[in-house]
Design a protein around this ligand. Sequence first.
Ligand code: IPE
Ligand code: IPE
Ligand code: MG
Length: 237
Amino acid sequence: MGINHIAIIMDGNGRWAQQRNRPRTFGHQAGVKSVRQVIEGSVKAGVSHLTLFAFSSENWNRPEEEVSRLMDLFVKSIDKETPELNAKGVQLNFIGDLSQFSDVLQHKMRQARANRPVQTRMTLNIAVNYGGQWDIVQAARSAAVQMLSDGLSPSDLDQKWYQQHLCLSDQPPVDVLIRTGGEHRISNFLLWQSAYAEIFFEDILWPDFDQAALQSVIERFAHRERRFGQTSEQVNA
Ligand code: IPE
Ligand code: IPE
Ligand code: MG
């Protein structure tokens, strides 16, 4: 069974740094290496879509210093990584409410998105200032606007039509949802898009996650039985 879409909640940077008596930001920096590893590993595994949770809509509530260091890290990483990613056939995309970011960062994100590889092997979505609840509300707003302009009534609204207004509507649903760092929660990530994802809560902290750790998840996924509401007998018929 192939995997079209992997989504990852990259958690545990702060604890990784604290274990080393270093500031939390040191952990965020170390996490960039793991991002490279999962991109590499996903491309190798033939995964066509990878979505990484880099900054949640709730992460603004962190100390100002940490937020500002994270923003610097985003700017630097986009500058440094985009050309190499494009050369590898990775198309970058950003999802979330980008309007809250500085003009410089917004510009860089748009530019990175506009750079298209010659041949796309994988789409990489970076979720920044993203929240699953925000996504559902922005989709509702966009759907309402279209309903008014097209003269549609509430009874015309169905799941398939509504879904077109959500982030990643042009991409396959999440098959594998990974959260590192040992917490067993979704933290407002892709709520709609993960409706039938196989979930993997991994104890490993994000800066320690590498290609082997990804491969281990992919192997365990192969042993899961996805039933989509059916019985096991039906699935195996
Ligand atoms: C995840 O790691 C990275 C971001 C939320 C930006 P954390 O910073 O949440 O690390 P822990 O959970 O405190 O260890
Ligand atoms: C989730 O991690 C967000 C990202 C990984 C970007 P958090 O560390 O912010 O999640 P909570 O607050 O512990 O649920
Ligand atoms: Mg955390």
